[in-house]
Structure formats: structure tokens, C-alpha cells
Design a protein around this ligand. Sequence first.
Ligand code: PMP
Ligand code: GLN
Length: 382
Amino acid sequence: MSVHPVSKLPNLEQSIFSKMSALAVKHNAINLSQGFPDFEVDPELIRAMQQSLHGPYNQYAPMAGIYSLREAIAEKTARCYGQSYHPEKEITLTAGATQAIYTAIASTVYPGDEVVIFKPAYDCYEPSILAQGGIPKLLQLKGPDFSIDWGEFQKVLNPKTRMVILNTPHNPSGTILKEADLLQLQEILSPTDTLVLSDEVYEHLVFDGASHQSVSKYPGLKERSFICASFGKTFHITGWKMGYCMAPEVFMNEFRKIHEFVVFSVNHPAQRAIAQYMQEPSRYEGLSELFQQKRDLFLEGIRDSRFEFTPAEGTYFQLLNFSKISPLSDLDFAQELLQDKGVAGIPISVFNLNRQDHQQLRFCFAKKTDTLKRACEILSRI
Ligand code: PMP
Ligand code: GLN
């Protein structure tokens, strides 16, 4: 008798990020697809990591993370958003935001529970919900500014709605939620016990003088929210897979019960290094300026191209519409662009409800000036 698994995720395909990055390597294309920087990490952070590797930190860290890093995260949150999270009880270090998101979902979502996701959405939410037997309720963001239709949201809310997932700044659209959105959500959720998972991995990448609307700033949301964050995004170290989750104590207690058996604790030397590096706030406060320059360089470089765009408000992604250039689907156009022209981007239909195709590709501008200029030259000739 042959034995087969009964898949929990029978329809899951290879991630578009893995696919496009592998193709970019194969075709030696400029890789603006998967979101990661191609520039060097700050030598100070590398030095801090080297020091911790030579120190007594090569064994297990405490389950929730070392206290000094939790304290540094609490200080950063107080500084940026004026909000307090207790380092001992309300903050846990995770293996990237991905593990924080999975753990928050696994610790709260029961079979049959509904979780609202706004599409296009980052790819890790749905599988994490399905693996718990939860039901993703998918709502499409509206119009060129990818806004949330709060009336539509209100209509799908019901006693089975366990959670709603927010992501601001938003991957893949590069838009940000505004104060009015958060106030609306706070009001709508106030008579319910629906939780919020707020994916804020791009919190420090917000442009043109706008400010990041963390759910922590809204008391009626803070009391019901898991906030997930990523050092990979903030310190250009996606390969370290370091992140954290913040939530009120009652929710963090449940989070830790799952965290303990998913991973127990995360990379100890990296925690030491980041704790030391974060003592200097300019290391995260200057990021919007750096990335705004990169966005502007990229947009200036394609100003005379046939692509159409609205400048990204946040993240390190820019959407470009190619409907004036080609009738192809975004999947086919991305493939052609990569193979024939040597630039890799991400077709965003894969993140949309029913894979709606609006002929848009996502390009990552977290790249060296030279990389961006070379890509712009090619994109301008198309
Ligand atoms: N959320 C969003 C919106 C992302 O773009 C990413 C990719 N970094 C993650 C979560 C996962 O972050 P990490 O790499 O820290 O797991
Ligand atoms: N967050 C990255 C992106 O959006 C990808 C991370 C991954 O490959 N899973 O491109």
C-alpha cells in the first residue's frame, strides 16, 4: 500500500518571488522582482554581529528574546508612535515577520473562523489561515489608489470574523493607509471582538512627509492587535530572518505558547548585534529619506518611458502600468521583459482577487544607483 499525505494546502504554487528571482539568475537579468536590497549592510552592524559571535552568545536565547532587544524595540515604539509596550510581557522576537504572522494566526484562528484580507495581498497570509482551518474572506482594494471600501468590509463582518489583516505601507501597491482609514476601522470594530493583525514591516519607508499610521496609535485597535515587524526590511538584512511581534499581554501569552513550539527562540548573536545597533535612532529614522531618493531616481530614470505610474507613497516597491506598451497579460509581459530585455519585475495579478490583471508590474527600487540606472535605461527604451 502506498501512503500519501492529505495536503493542507493542495492548491499552493511556487511563490512568485522564488520563481522570478530564479529566472532572473538564469537569464542574468537585473533583478527588481523579489524585495531585497542589493547594497551592502552597514559595516557597524556587521561589526556588532562579529563581536557577538565572538562573545558568549552562541547558545539559546531566552524564549521571547533577549531583554535588551525587547527594551530597544519598546523604546523605538515609544519614540516613533508615543506608545508603550511592556518589554517583558508584550514583545517577542521572531524569525522574520513571516514567523510572527504565522504565529499570530496560529494562536488565534480556529477551524471555521473567518479572516478578512484585502487584495492584492502579500502571499503568506492565506496559507497561514488555511493551515489552521480558517476561511480567508478576500476583498479587493479599490481603484488606482488601492483604497479600502469600508462599507464593503462592514458587510462581510459577522460573529465568525476572528481577524482582519492590515498591511501599511502596502506590498505590492506602495500605498499607505491614512488616519481616516484607521479611525474608520476603529469605529467599525469597537462593538466586535474581531482581532487585527497589522503587518507593518515597511513602517520606516514612508515618503513625501507622510507619517506611518501604526495601529498602535489607535487605542481601540491597539487593544486587539498583533503588530508584526521585520529587521530584514529596516536594516537591509533580509537574509538574517529577524523580526518581532507586539501585542497586549493577554494575546502575547497565547502567541508565545505557539512560538515556543514553532521555534522556541531565535538567532541569539543577531539579537545581540541588533540590540546594540538600534541604540542609535538615526539608523531607522533616516530610512524614508534614503528610499525616497531611490524612488525618485527610479521614477526620474523612466520619466520619458511609456510606462504609467503613481509614485509609491511607501515601501520599496513601485508599480508600473504597461497597457500603453503591450496587450499581454502581466504574467506574459513579466516573462518577456525578463527574457528579452533583461529586467525582472513581479506581475501583481497573482496577489489580486480572482487574479484580476490590471497590466501592472511591481519593481523593487531598494537597489544601488548603478543597478537602478541600468534598469531605467532598458525600461525607457521599451
Ligand atoms: N510582510 C510583507 C508585506 C513583506 O513584504 C514581507 C517580505 N519581507 C514580509 C511580511 C516578511 O518579512 P520577513 O522577511 O521579515 O519574514
Ligand atoms: N517580501 C519580499 C517581496 O515582497 C519577498 C519575500 C519572499 O521571497 N518570500 O518581494
